[in-house]
Write a protein that binds this ligand. Structure first.
Ligand code: SF4
Ligand code: SF4
Length: 162
């Protein structure tokens, strides 16, 4: 699943719910792969969909019968390892700590886990309340087949200012 030579996930499939659930609406993808003592994701979910069984170093598991893709857990993961995707709508929601925040309607460059450009994406939602502790949640509209490939983005303004 994770290629330790390159340091990122190459096959996301084992982390996803089954095809039927994926077609029913937004769902969380927890890309947490290191056994470290961490568990804010468990308390972050108001529906009890994320659990860590046994030791705190065990990896979180998701009950996809409970997850409704509400986005509440994304910003509260210190590892920036939680995403929500909606395959039907071509939406991917990601944690974003940089300032300034992008604006709704802004066109950005979608990036893969390894930082490879995956084409243009549009910012369709920016959620940035104080309770998220300076980590915004940005929702991108991307090509539907890329919802589980896009995991970050680059602002076009950033490139112009480099
Ligand atoms: S998206 Fe919402 S329901 Fe799903 S795991 Fe995260 S907090 Fe829970
Ligand atoms: S909060 Fe994030 S890094 Fe910590 S266990 Fe949960 S998913 Fe992993």
């Amino acid at each position: 699943m994770i290629d330790r030579k390159v340091g990122y996930i190459k096959d996301i499939t084992p982390l996803l719910p089954d095809r039927e659930r994926r077609g029913k609406g937004p769902y969380v993808v927890v890309e947490c792969l290191e056994r470290i003592p961490c568990d804010p994701c468990v308390a972050a979910c108001p529906r009890g969909a994320i659990r860590i069984e046994g030791s705190i170093v065990e990896l979180p598991k998701v009950d996809y019968n409970l997850c409704n893709g509400c986005l509440s857990c994304i910003a509260l993961c210190p590892g920036l390892a939680i995403f929500v995707v909606d395959e039907n709508e071509g939406l991917v929601s990601i944690p974003y700590e940089f300032i300034p925040r992008p604006q709704k309607g802004e066109e950005v460059i979608a990036l893969s886990r390894s930082g490879e450009p995956l084409g243009n994406a549009t910012v369709v939602r920016v959620i940035d309340p104080p309770k998220f502790n300076r980590c915004a949640v940005i929702t991108l509209k991307v090509r539907k087949e890329l919802v589980n490939e896009v995991r970050f983005f680059r602002r076009k303004e950033d490139r112009l200012s480099m």
